[in-house]
Design a binder for this molecule. Structure first.
Ligand SMILES: [Zn+2]
Length: 322
């Protein structure tokens, strides 16, 4: 998934432009900095904004003006505030391919701009839905929107930026890593651990669901598209387990779907695991065989995410993986 640089107008601009931007109301924390509100003063923590695959990096050689990271997952994946603060601006009327101009330009799609304590700010682009309004006080890890594909974007993903005071962008992956958070992987503060996935979603998460459902003997096509066939298969799984059969895979259904796995296991559960590991950077053949290569990929994922690197896939590893 990729996009064009969204907030070039807000980032890394020469000092005299900053003054102009501040005068236009685009600058944040330049010149006059008010005393933080009690809510902002209490903000100490930081949160991963969402979970997904890192698809495009900060100021890469091929995209030197890309001042954030792109994190891809299914449309509708929850997006959370990276820290407590206030909603500075939102854009809610964008559409795929929108390139209109404005304080939050169309190329960033539906988007949210949060102000944090000490004049930090963060920015979330390409959202499917914005769930907050301008001026609203936000807590760290609060749900602020759903991942989408609005604006200049080639697939559902979050474009995420963090800025230090005086409009200098930072590499958000490094910034969060310094605070013990792996962008895209660490469970966001306030999240239930598993994403909610419903009809219309596409990508590796629905593909994992399809493998896990098929592993229970329910017929479903594994194509990564969460269509009517998958909804019906999930309903069938839910009914069989005595769960509310809404066809939507939320935390309760996820917990029922995943089973512990270890070397020597085989079948569709392992294919689901291998698909998720590949989405997290492994390069496994999705063959349904849990051999030493898959064990090494599990260990590597576990150590990267501060889990016990035992190569066993239990509930904790599953919940961080998905
Ligand atoms: Zn981006």
């Amino acid at each position: 998934m990729s996009d064009t640089p969204e907030t070039a107008s807000l980032t890394d601009v020469p000092a005299r432009r900053r003054t102009l931007l501040a005068a236009l109301g685009l600058g944040v924390g330049v010149g006059v900095v008010g005393l933080p509100s009690p809510a902002m003063a209490a903000a100490a923590g930081w949160s991963n904004p969402t979970r997904g695959t890192l698809t495009s990096g900060y100021k890469t050689p091929s995209r030197p003006t890309h001042t954030g990271w792109d994190v891809a997952a299914s449309q509708g994946t929850p997006v959370y505030a990276t820290a407590a603060g206030t909603v500075r601006d939102i854009k809610t009327n964008s559409y795929p391919g929108d390139t209109s101009s404005g304080p939050l330009p169309g190329r960033s799609g539906n988007s949210v701009h949060l102000n944090h304590a000490d004049s930090y700010f963060s920015y979330y682009g390409h959202l499917h839905r914005v769930l907050v309004s301008a001026g609203q006080q936000i807590s760290c890890g609060q749900l602020i929107g759903l991942m989408g594909n609005t604006g200049n974007s080639t697939g559902p993903h979050l474009h995420f930026e963090i800025h230090r005071p005086r409009l200098t962008s930072v590499d958000p992956r490094v910034f969060l890593a310094n605070r013990g958070i792996t962008l895209g992987s660490t469970a966001p503060v306030g999240s239930t651990g598993y994403p909610s996935v419903s009809q219309g979603a596409s990508g590796w998460v629905p593909r994992v669901i399809q493998y896990l459902v098929r592993a229970r003997g329910i017929s479903v096509v594994v194509d990564g598209g969460y269509g009517a066939g998958t909804v019906s298969a999930v309903r069938s799984f839910q009914s069989g387990r005595g769960l509310y059969a809404d066809g939507l895979v939320g935390p309760i259904t996820w917990t029922a779907l995943v089973l512990p796995l270890r070397e020597g296991n085989s079948g569709d559960l392992v294919r689901g695991l291998q698909t998720a590991l590949n989405a997290r950077g492994a390069s496994l053949l999705v063959d349904g065989g849990f051999g030493s290569v898959t064990t090494n990929a599990v260990r590597s994922f576990q150590s990267r995410n501060s889990l016990v690197a035992d190569g066993l896939v239990g509930p904790v590893t599953w919940s961080v993986l998905i």
